[in-house]
Structure formats: C-alpha cells, structure tokens
Design a protein. Structure first.
Length: 432
C-alpha cells in the first residue's frame, strides 16, 4: 500500500512483524494447551514463551530456499527455542496458523474501522444539529423538487453510517474464529481442547467446522461489508461534490490558507478530497468480488484464496481507514452557505410549492387530473421565465374559485415543509 493513503496504526497490523508475532502466540498458546493435556512436556511450552523469537529477514531468507512461509517461520523459531522446538506445531497444519492469524488481523482492523466510523458519526451529528433548520432545496433526478434542510441531509448520512457500523460489528464477530483442527479439519492429531484454548487466549471463537481452513463465506461477508461502507462514503462525497459546483455552491470543502486548486488557473477551489474519497471507494469495492470468488475452494482446501487475501486484506482495510478519517474531517470542516441555499431554493419562483397547490385544488373540489393540468400549465410558464408562479395562480379564476387567495398564499409557507423535522431527528438520534 502506498504511504499516501496509509495511516500508521492500520499499517502496523499488516506488517510482517505483527503477523509473525501472532503466529508465535498461536504456536505458544497451542503448546500450553498441549502441555496441560500431557501431550508435550510443560518445560517445552515454557521454553517457547521464554526463548521464542524470530527475525523477519531470517524467515525471508529461509523461505527463499524452502518456498514455504510457515515452515520458514518454524525453522527460525527453532533456532531460538532449541531442542524443545520439536514439540511446536504438534498435530497442526499451516492453515491453523495462517487462518487464525488472519482472523486476528481482520478483527484488529475492524476495531480501528469502528473507531473511524465513530469519528464520522460524531461529525455528522454535530453538523446535523447545527443545520437542523437550514432550509435548502431537495432534488430528485438532479432537478429542484421540494424544500428540505441541510440538517436532514446530515441526519440521513448519520443513519446510514450507523447502519454501516452495526454491519461491521456483526462482520467482526463473524470473522473472529479460530481453527486449530489439523489436516482436513478432523482433529485426528490434535485435541479440540487445544483449539478452544487458543481461541480464548486470542479473543476468538472456535470454528465449528473448519475443514482445515476457515470457511471463506465469513471473509466474503467481511469484505462485502467494507464495500457497502465504502459506497456510503462515496454517496456522501458525491453529494458534497455536487453542492460545491460553481452553479450551486451551497457547501464546499474547507480551502486552507496557502492551498492551491490548479496548476494553471489560480482561481480554482476544487473538491479534491471528496473526489479522492470517490476513487478510494472504488478501490475498496474492488476487493468484494475476489472475496466472493474465494468461497468456492476445492474439497477441504486449496490455496487459491491465499494470494487474493494477501492483497485485499491490507488494501481494503488501509484504504477504508484512510477514507473514513478523511470523510470525518471533510464533514467537520465543511463550509456551508445558507444564503446560497435560500437563493437556489427561490430560483424557480416558488415552483417548489407546486405539490401543495395541487393538493389544495383537489381539496377544493377539482379532480386530480384537472388540478395537475392547471398547476403544470402555470409552472411551465414560470420555468420558461415568463413570470411568477403565485402571481399566475392568483390571476387564474379556475384556481381562485376553488382556493381562497389567503389559502393559496399559505401554500407557499416554507414552515409547512419543516413541521416533522423534529420527528425525523428523534428517530435518528433518539429523544436527546
């Protein structure tokens, strides 16, 4: 992963030092359990903890010769442990170490990502309440529809990321399983109690049926969850990018002193952060299909999934970690322009109130078809810039005979569209 999109805490999870440390813990905990069961001497288990060490460079050198990473690690470990090393890895297979380690790494990554989502949620909640009643136009198909508030936009995003958090919590629980079951997963050469012991020590749960490897549907769900969260990032980033367009300019990314937007045009203030988030979301989602394809392996195991996971494990989690923290900062520093929101809302001369006029006409006795025709006729004149919507309605006797002038004017009250904002906020944020 390139340093540009890498945060140190997440990167450390995927560094060889952390991977081999987890391998050592797996082997050492397994030795403890084996010793308690009387399978190996207790002195051997003690020796692994006391003298067990490794060197990444040495493991790499051994692997370059024997072409097997776990055996290279065990060889290096034995160089430190001494004769007692013959009791290490008793009845185990490489997948016991590799899959259990990956479960620990993905759990560690999920814990960081959950903290990242909390940063996003905190920023969204703050901005939602800040702009709870900041009125702006809602758009469907990119076209002016009816009034909403910017706070509602932020509340919507909050609810979406809250769902993402709960999905990730479930995915973390599902991925956190341990397999120490030996060749083809039958426990023929190792007691299931060893697996239970290792799982407890590492904060995992025993895999019910491991078939030598942990079933990859668990991993598929994990990476699919990351993909959904990435899509939520892109949705909000795209919203901000649209709002920053020159013709709209209802909100924009914070532009720091000394920042430059273009190498050629000094006036530019580009939405570079949210464009970056859009791109990162694409990269994160690119891990989902390979993870799904990893589910179908040959019989009890093959290693076609291995090369995939060596790539998507670090890439997807590192990218998402960076993206979530960046999004939290974008939301927190977002510059909002209420005056521009109001100006854009009024651009169509009151057409955003067309539905309320339509409903008033039907309540006044006009059929829905005729009411729609009347309202649309006047709305299209306003759309062409020929006049004012309310003025056209007041001048139409077919309208005024069904709806009194005062009631017609009341149909243009913005407050009408805000009367349930509190209800929505309570649903999202609770009574507080």
């Amino acid at each position: 992963m390139i340093p540009r999109y890498t945060r140190p805490e997440m990167a450390r999870i995927w560094e060889p030092e952390n991977r081999f440390r987890i391998w050592l813990e797996i082997e050492a905990h397994a030795c403890d359990a084996q010793a308690e069961l009387g399978v190996i001497p207790k002195a051997a288990a003690k020796a692994v903890w006391e003298r067990g060490k490794f060197e990444v460079e040495r493991i790499d050198a051994i692997e370059s010769e024997i072409k097997h990473d776990v055996l290279a690690f065990l060889t290096n470990l034995a160089e430190h442990v001494g004769p007692e090393a013959r009791f290490v890895h008793q009845g185990m297979t490489s997948s016991d170490v590799l899959d259990t380690c990956l479960a620990v790494q993905l759990s560690q990554a999920a814990d960081i990502l959950l903290k990242d989502i909390d940063l996003v949620l905190a920023a969204l909640k703050k901005r939602a309440f800040e702009h709870k009643l900041t009125v702006c136009v809602g758009r469907s198909h990119g076209i002016h529809a009816e009034p909403v508030t910017f706070g509602l936009k932020m509340a919507e995003a909050y609810a979406e990321f809250d769902r993402g958090k709960r999905r990730l919590q479930a995915a973390r629980e599902e991925i956190a399983t341990c397999a120490i079951s030996g060749a083809v997963g039958t426990f023929a050469h190792i007691d299931p109690r060893v697996e239970e012991h290792v799982a407890k020590k590492l904060g995992l749960k025993p895999e019910p049926v491991s078939t030598q490897i942990i079933p990859r549907d668990r991993h598929a769900m994990f990476f699919a969850t990351l993909g959904v969260i990435a899509s939520s990032i892109e949705r909000l980033a795209t919203e901000f990018r649209h709002l920053q367009r020159t013709e709209v300019l209802e909100a924009e990314e914070y532009f720091s002193p000394g920042q430059k937007g273009s190498s050629a045009m000094p006036h530019k203030r580009n939405p570079v952060l949210t464009e970056n988030l859009t791109g990162l979301a694409r990269l994160i989602r690119s891990a989902v299909t390979p993870a799904l394809e990893n589910v179908a392996l040959w019989h009890e195991r093959d290693i076609s999934h291995s090369s995939v996971e060596r790539g998507i494990g670090p890439d997807a989690t590192i990218h998402l970690d960076f993206a979530l923290v960046r999004l939290a900062s974008v939301v927190d520093k977002l510059v909002v322009y209420p005056e521009n929101m109001r100006r854009n809302l009024d651009r169509l001369g009151g057409l955003v109130h067309s539905q309320r006029v339509l409903l008033a006409l039907t309540q006044g006795g006009i059929s829905r078809e005729d009411a729609y025709r009347i309202v649309q006729t006047h709305a299209m004149k306003v759309w062409r810039g020929e006049g004012d919507f309310l003025g056209f309605l007041k001048a139409d006797p077919e309208v005024t005979k069904s709806v009194p002038i005062k009631e017609l004017e009341a149909s243009f009250d913005l407050g009408y569209h805000l009367k349930h904002v509190d209800t929505i906020f309570r649903r999202v944020f609770g009574a507080a």
